[in-house]
Unconditional design. Structure first.
Length: 368
């Protein structure tokens, strides 16, 4: 699989109250399990209670080195993944923005629930616990972080109020700037549009699991590229009608893999009930290939049903003279958990295009 993950080295929510200079602008939440983005209002009032933004930073040194040595392909896409922890009252479609933060900051050790509030770390007013470290204007912002403006330093994702609120935001431009060294990696600032932060309309509060969550849903930065190759040799392809009655089995598949390992998994597809023929060999042993460029696998956590590797560019099934296969890299998978493999096969085109989904028969565990 052509996916590579890194996890945050620090994150925090920063908040301000109705008066930017009040004590809430000094509040630190660096060890809280939740990251918030949005604006809340006082009960039965049109006066707002707080504006929340989130900061999150990843160490991308491994990504940079892997791009340099070719382990991660040049031209890869990068996605910021954050997982819904109970968004509230999202009453319409809306957009979140990610910016390249332009100044350094300290995570701190505070939580939302701290009484008195923690102030030892990043806050709306300060980058660190030092009161001489106020956020200062660079390209944009005053307090509430500073960040680079312009489309090449900005990413966004629109959320439908009726859809999944998990984030998978394309942040390729920002990460490429960090890799090239054109700007320093000070992490992402996640926020709503300025007009929503300053306006009087209530549109709900996003909540995401932070790096301090005690679940599998911590944020991650994902590199994705296409590592598939295709050469069928003398093998025949499955027809559309055969795919509708397809049985998939995996070869070279083990129940346990070590974290950090790389294994080639053979994918054998055949008709579930092949026609009887007068032959000295069983038709159950015939090897036929899945459709080129439109056959995908996915890796799913068996306990939470969280999709770790989605169908797409980084999960295209390959083929050689022995048949189909994919490369299973376990570096980005959480250890001591079980996973299953699922498949998506597209065949035909236009009005004759069909999409079929298949569950894998076997699960596997990743060990430390």
């Amino acid at each position: 699989m052509a996916h590579f993950f890194v996890y945050p080295e620090k994150d925090a929510t920063i908040v301000r109250g109705p008066v930017e200079s009040n004590d809430s602008s000094k509040k630190n939440t660096g060890l809280d399990e939740i990251l918030e983005v949005g604006k809340t209002f006082q009960t039965f009032s049109t006066s707002f209670d707080k504006v929340a933004r989130s900061l999150i930073q990843f160490d991308i040194s491994t990504i940079s080195a892997s791009v340099s040595d070719g382990t991660i392909a040049s031209g890869s896409k990068f996605y910021l993944n954050m997982y819904d922890a109970g968004a509230s009252e999202l009453n319409r479609d809306q957009t979140l923005y990610a910016y390249a933060t332009s100044q350094s900051w300290d995570e701190g050790d505070g939580k939302f629930s701290d009484t008195p509030q923690g102030e030892n770390g990043v806050s709306w007013r300060y980058r660190t616990a030092d009161t001489g470290s106020q956020w200062g204007h660079i390209d944009s912002g005053s307090w509430g972080s500073t960040y680079f403006s312009g489309s090449e330093y900005t990413a966004s994702q629109t959320f439908n109020k009726n859809d999944d609120i998990d984030m998978r935001m394309d942040v390729t431009n920002i990460v490429n700037h960090w890799i090239s060294g054109s700007i320093s990696n000070e992490g992402f600032l996640i926020k709503r549009a300025d007009v929503e932060e300053t306006g009087s309309q209530y549109s709900g509060l996003f909540k995401f699991f932070s790096s301090d969550t005690h679940t599998v849903f911590q944020p991650r930065l994902e590199a994705v590229w296409d590592d598939s190759v295709w050469s069928t040799g003398s093998l025949d392809s499955l027809t559309s009608s055969q795919i509708e009655r397809l049985h998939i089995r995996l070869e070279n598949f083990r129940p346990v893999y070590k974290k950090g390992s790389l294994s080639t998994i053979r994918v054998k597809g055949r008709e579930q009930f092949p026609a009887r023929t007068h032959s000295v060999t069983s038709s159950y042993q015939d090897v036929k290939t899945l459709p080129s460029g439109s056959s995908y696998y996915s890796i799913v956590d068996t306990k939470t049903d969280q999709v770790i590797i989605p169908f797409g560019t980084g999960s295209v099934i390959s083929c050689d003279s022995e048949g189909n296969y994919f490369n299973l890299r376990t570096e980005g998978l959480e250890a001591e958990r079980f996973y299953k493999v699922e498949f998506k096969i597209e065949s035909g085109s236009g009005i004759n295009k069909t999409v079929n989904y298949f569950d894998g028969d076997d699960a596997f565990k990743v060990e430390r």
